[in-house]
Design a protein around this ligand. Structure first.
Ligand code: SAJ
Length: 418
């Protein structure tokens, strides 16, 4: 029975550890956060994700999985810690990845395999990770194996995608790749593709950059459509009928810990980036653009009160990391607007501003600004909301509300891209 030590019990590390544990491996999951370790050992999930709780219970009950604060000897080490964004320098902050790698050096033995799942800039495994591991006195390829298997599952559907998506494996050499492939074959139903370690690093960043640029294009289309008097949502829907066109949706900006930062990891050491940096600029500019729409709509009011519907970075999740809502709120406050927040997915205390009940957020408000396309927002009690508000206005940046219904309740509506 092979033993796997997974470093990092976050959004990727925990599900990965549990999938290994429920598919034939002995797994110890390591996290520096004692509260996480304690929770997980008591079968309490530290964050919401579909199916995660059942998997945790199954893994702990089978005695194939336990959590610990420190790494230990194992056959395989999987590093799955965050790579934050160093905003000031617009590059990857490798400190967690480095610390996690350092923490396994003294446990590294001949024939061990080390897998990095964390997202890193091209070349990081060869230039940064491997030299740290060689501090053990062992030599990569001769004594131990290294592979990069970047995680690519989408938050909100993580377990399904971890199992069903195709998987990229970039080994330091063919034996590293083969050994990593054998491991992931235990639970991955999608195809597993083997490539070089640097290519695997680049693929991951290219995927998220592609999505960022596609969204930037949609955002630019939205602004042009407004000038041209066209409804961009209808136009995109119809353009996407073309067999080779797939335009994403405009919105108030790109949030989350991946799409908004990975393009910078790709370009941090390159002199060739043009379109990638421009797309970042366009998407980062969207909260400002939305602010101008809202300001224009409220120009007749002295000190308007604005209610934000949705501060999660995307639909149907409670995650607010890098949410464009924060920039919008800061701009609105600077403008002298009173801001209140409602988000059915985000618990109060999990965001920089208080998250209120819907009634508390809308009473005496002048305008609702929809920033996240949560499913709930499709059908809301528009008459009741209108009755509680001071003036009936709504700005929809996601084209996700029932416009007819709101109009019937007497609301003035502005839609991004129309
Ligand atoms: N967004 C739009 N318009 C769209 C789609 C998304 O404005 O048409 C916005 C969302 O509202 C959100 C942001 O973009 O603010 C990012 O959301 P997302 O759903 O596109 O992506 P993430 O960040 O949740 O997950 C991405 C995924 N990458 C790709 O789809 C290429 C996921 O597969 C990766 O595993 C994840 O990044 C990651 O961890 O890298």
């Amino acid at each position: 029975m092979k033993k796997i030590c997974v470093i990092g019990l976050g959004y990727i590390g925990l599900p990965t550890a549990l999938l290994f544990a429920t598919n034939g491996y002995d797994v110890v999951g390591v996290d520096i956060n004692s509260a996480t370790v304690e929770k997980v050992n008591r079968k309490i999930i530290p964050f919401e994700e579909d199916g995660l709780e059942d998997l945790l219970i199954e893994a702990v009950d089978s005695r194939r999985f336990r959590a610990s604060k420190t790494p230990e000897n194992a056959d395989v080490f999987v590093v799955a810690v965050p790579t934050p964004f160093d905003k000031e320098n617009r590059m990857a902050d490798m400190s967690y990845v480095i610390a996690a790698t350092q923490s396994i050096v003294k446990f590294l033995k001949k024939d061990n395999l080390v897998i990095l799942e964390s997202t890193v800039p091209p070349g990081a495994c060869e230039k940064c990770i491997t030299p740290i591991l060689e501090g053990s006195g062992l030599k990569v390829i001769d004594d131990f194996y290294v592979a990069h298997c970047p995680e690519r599952a989408i938050p909100g559907n993580t377990l399904y995608e971890m199992v069903n998506n195709d998987r990229m494996i970039g080994g330091m050499d063919i034996r590293s790749s083969e050994r990593a492939k054998e491991l992931y074959e235990s639970f991955v139903v999608g195809d597993i593709h083997v490539t070089s370690i640097r290519t695997a690093e680049m693929i991951k960043l290219m995927e998220n950059t592609y999505r960022d640029i596609n969204i930037a294009l949609a955002n630019e289309f939205a602004q042009i459509a407004e000038e041209a008097g066209v409804n961009v949502w209808d136009a995109i829907e119809l353009a996407n009928k073309h067999p080779r066109v797939d335009i994403l949706k405009p919105g108030p900006g790109v949030g989350g810990h991946c799409i908004a930062v990975d393009p910078w990891f790709l370009t941090e050491d390159s002199t060739k980036s043009r379109i990638i940096t421009l797309a970042r600029e366009i998407n980062d500019g969207m909260p400002v653009y939305v602010m101008h729409i809202v300001k224009d709509m409220l120009k007749d009011l002295k000190k308007p009160s604005v209610t934000i519907f949705g501060v999660a970075y995307k639909a149907d999740v409670g995650d607010t990391r890098e949410t464009p809502a924060l920039k919008f709120i800061r701009l609105a406050e600077k403008e002298g607007f009173r801001i209140r927040v409602y988000d059915p997915y985000v618990a109060d205390g999990k965001f920089e501003y208080p998250v209120l009940s819907m009634d508390d957020a809308i009473s005496d408000s002048d305008c609702v600004v929809v920033l996240t396309d949560h499913n709930e927002f499709e059908s809301l009690p528009t008459d009741k909301i209108g009755d509680l508000m001071r003036t009936r206005r709504i700005v929809d940046t996601r084209n996700c509300i029932d416009h007819e219904q709101w109009r019937k309740s007497g609301f003035e509506i502005r839609i991004l891209g129309c």
